[in-house]
Design a protein around this ligand. Structure first.
Ligand SMILES: Cc1cc2nc3c(=O)[nH]c(=O)nc-3n(C[C@H](O)[C@H](O)[C@H](O)COP(=O)(O)OP(=O)(O)OC[C@H]3O[C@@H](n4cnc5c(N)ncnc54)[C@H](O)[C@@H]3O)c2cc1C
Length: 472
């Protein structure tokens, strides 16, 4: 049995803490915020649970998120909808609408999507080959394409602009970076897993129901969570971790699992312990993008779908260039979870809660975010006429709110280090660090997947590593 200190209560931190407590370790979680869950947290407003950000969950019940809860004797009820979303494809000023099926394996479903997207007849064979690869790729194929960009990989199959737009929008939803930067291998892996499980869902009780279940599992097995108790230093001696220091004092630990992100972990442990080479590698890492989110509480339901995916009228290559180059596009990509449909009963009878998210800069405090939020609202009210009149209240989320949830100061990244060539698969930072007994868990370490699924997959992997190296 080891004394384990976990820094941070995100999905990765709490998931790993609960698994280790279940295995018999003595586990304490230190969280700098006054709430658990990090980017997957919820708060409460008007008697309803409110996602602090904007989530839908690929691979909920059927992936590591559900598996961890089950392993620690808890249950998260994931509500599944099929079709999972309504796609609005804005092409040349015309809006095409179609429901997106969860199961893309049947050829008929693929043909329907291609038809809806407007794939040119002469390009249908290339598009079909691409979809077949996305659904059936082997792990070796995934790995072989890790260091290629997704744009380059798609171009090997087709130059059809409709397919490129579709893939780029999905890529942004999955990784919050454009397909021009994303790793093809990582996208293929995630698309294959997600489609084969045909599982996109929403936890009953909002995003925060996931960390809440892990906390119950942890406490049931003797673990503890200290809120408002941020770790100031990771204590190391002769190459080994010996504990953590918080404002309240020092706590001994043979194992420290850090969910604080790789850059903040380096600050906490110090270059003198992790080494110059490690610090230089951390300094070279690139982070995922971000965006702007606006939540609208409505006096009646205006959107009759679990979620809306809005494909903007822009070519794939230039779709997200405004993020680096400045300006606000005419037509914005939007992901819009409709909470009262996703989680029936969570919103007061007759009311509706719509969360609109759009890609944008990740730097906190940028004026570009103000302009983006204005454009997002204009577009939302244009696409859903009448919504404007039903707004009871509105709440916005900017990159600085993400910084508050993670503790990062310079970047309000949605999903940790970017899933780009060189930073995925074998190139992903290892959960093991140069300091004996110090592990990384969460988005920045050692797993594939989308958002919360990746954080939970990392939690499973780190729990296994710790159990192997520190048997109970
Ligand atoms: C706007 C937005 C939309 C998203 N959409 C989706 C989606 O649709 N689907 C999806 O699956 N995922 C989505 N995600 C991503 C998902 O929320 C994250 O990938 C996931 O929650 C990250 O988990 P993590 O384990 O890495 O921890 P984090 O959430 O990063 O939590 C880290 C925790 O560590 C704490 N911490 C940091 N430093 C210290 C310290 N020194 N001492 C103590 N504690 C510390 C922080 O306070 C925080 O609680 C979205 C994220 C955002 C922001």
């Amino acid at each position: 049995m080891a004394k384990v200190a976990v820094i941070g209560s995100g999905v990765g931190g709490l998931g790993c803490a609960a698994l280790l407590a279940k295995s018999g370790h003595e586990v304490t979680v230190f969280e700098r915020n006054g709430f658990i869950g990090g980017r997957c947290s919820s708060s409460e407003r008007d008697g309803m649970p409110l996602d602090n950000f904007a989530h839908i969950f690929p691979l909920g019940a059927k992936g590591p998120l559900g598996r961890i809860a089950e392993a620690v004797g808890e249950r998260i009820e994931f509500v599944r909808h099929d079709p999972a979303a309504l796609v609005f494809d804005s092409r040349r000023g015309k809006l095409n609408l179609w429901p997106e099926p969860l199961d893309m394996r049947p050829l008929a479903a693929q043909a329907r999507v291609a038809r809806n997207l407007g794939v040119r007849p002469g390009k249908a064979v290339g598009a079909a080959r691409l979809f077949r690869k996305l659904l059936k790729a082997s792990d070796a194929f995934v790995e072989a394409n890790d260091d290629k960009t997704l744009e380059a990989w798609v171009s090997e199959y087709t130059d059809d602009p409709a397919v490129h737009r579709f893939i780029n929008v999905f890529c942004y939803m999955m990784f919050t970076i454009s397909y021009r930067r994303a790793s093809a291998g990582e996208f293929i892996y995630c698309f294959r897993e997600m489609s084969n499980a045909a599982d996109i869902s929403y936890p009953r009780g909002s995003a925060g129901a996931i960390p809440a279940a892990y906390r119950r599992g942890l406490e049931k097995h003797g673990g503890r969570v200290f809120l408002n108790d941020g770790v100031k230093r990771i204590l190391c001696r002769e190459g080994r971790v010996v504990g953590v220091a918080t404002a309240r004092g020092e706590a001994e630990a043979e194992v420290v699992v850090s969910n604080a992100g790789i850059d903040l972990t380096l600050e906490l442990a110090g270059v003198e312990n992790l080494g110059e080479e490690y610090a230089a590698a951390v300094g070279r890492l690139q982070y995922s993008g971000s965006g702007a989110v606006a939540k609208y509480y409505l006096s009646r339901r205006v959107v009759e779908a679990p979620a809306v995916i809005y494909i903007p009228d822009a070519d794939a290559r230039g779709m997200f260039s405004f993020i680096e180059e400045g300006g606000t596009p005419q037509d914005l990509m939007m992901m819009v979870p409709v909470v009262d449909v996703l989680d029936p009963g969570s919103v007061p009878e007759g009311r509706s809660l719509v969360i609109a998210a759009t890609p944008g800069v990740a730097e906190p405090g940028s004026e570009a975010t103000d302009r983006l939020l204005e454009a997002l609202e204009r577009q939302l009210f244009r696409v859903f006429p009448g919504m404007e009149r039903e707004v009871i209240w509105k709440q916005v989320v900017r990159p600085e709110h993400i910084c508050r949830a993670t503790g990062r100061k310079r970047v309000g990244d949605s999903v940790g280090i970017a899933q780009i060539p060189g930073q995925v698969g074998r190139g992903k930072p290892s959960p093991l660090t140069p300091v004996e007994g110090l592990y990384l868990v969460g988005m920045d370490a050692g797993a594939r997947g989308i958002g919360t699924w990746q954080a939970a997959a990392s939690a499973e992997r780190v729990a296994e590593l710790v159990n192997r190296r520190h048997p109970v």
